[in-house]
Design a protein around this ligand. Sequence first.
Ligand code: BGO
Length: 352
Amino acid sequence: MKTFALAGNPNSGKTTLFNALTGSTAHVGNWPGVTVDRREGVYKKGSEKINIVDLPGIYSLSPYTPEEIVSRDFILDGRPDGIINIVDATNLERNLYLTTQLMETDVPLIVALNMMDEVEKAGDKIDVKALERALGVPVVKISALKETGIRELMEIAAALPDSRKGVSVLEDTMREKIRALKEFYDGEGLSSPLFRAVKLLENDEAESKRKGAKELLEKVANGCDTEAVVADGRYQYISEHFSQAKIKAAKEQFNKSDKIDRVLTHRVWALPIFAVILFAIFHVTFAEDFLYIGAWASLGKGLPALDDLGLSDGMAKFVGIFYDGAVFSPGVILFNVFDTVFGIIAEAAGGA
Ligand code: BGO
């Protein structure tokens, strides 16, 4: 039976997807030597059963937190048949930082673009083909919560080739440095040499400890702060390539709140509009002639004053809350309601 690792940022929906995939087959243990839960279960709904190992939620494959260490060790040395990288589609750029690292391993990889129900609810769209081109791995839209797209995800995952050669989004900017370090790792016969080479450029603690690695890095780096260049390179690639996949959506959104924003924040009209809105709020709240119906209805003659209506005392008191020759604004009506109610209470209390 094939084993797939489930990897992703905290809150990307990993637990929800794991539960949807494994149901009652799930069981919890511990990763050796650390108090981090190891959850495992079997996906049975496809043509072949697949063992799913849920890795802890992580932002990076650096070896610093226990969660990062167990995830990295399992991916590099646990020999999974593939990685399902769950990505929160509502936070695409941030989540893809981890994806750029998973891409550098030699492990077959598929991206599950989760929370698509939220994306669609917001009227957004994501260009999956553009994402696939930029990542070089299959991308499948899913909603772990609504359990949509999961069968397709698992069918494509099951059909992934047995091996993959890692690729790095940094190969354009740091080609020579990466090549020199990768040669070193090729010679060491370790798994995922490209991943380790880039990690060494990031001054990764685990890779720097390897015999001869630090000296080689110093020589290759030649005074350059490679760690910063790597982080910059990842973010730059993400904003250049992956934001494009979303821009379409942003343009469509432009029809709605952005259009209103464009008017309300216009360099000329913004202040007059603001003044009108403010005036309207004050008028609605405080005006004694909020709706001066009479002026419009009878060409300036106005409606009769309250005293001229010939109402009984009780009725005049009630109508007077809302009207006296013009309809009062809600603020004035509210004031009158309180005034009348407290007047009645005060009168009753005085009498008592
Ligand atoms: C709460 N769509 C939507 N809309 N939400 C999803 C999806 C999806 O496809 N997948 C997951 N979520 P985890 P990690 C919650 O718990 O699986 C939601 O950390 C809440 N809880 O339901 O836990 C999921 O394992 C109260 O949301 O992620 C969960 O990776 C109010 O994403 C959250 C709102 O999922 C994280 C949400 C008490």
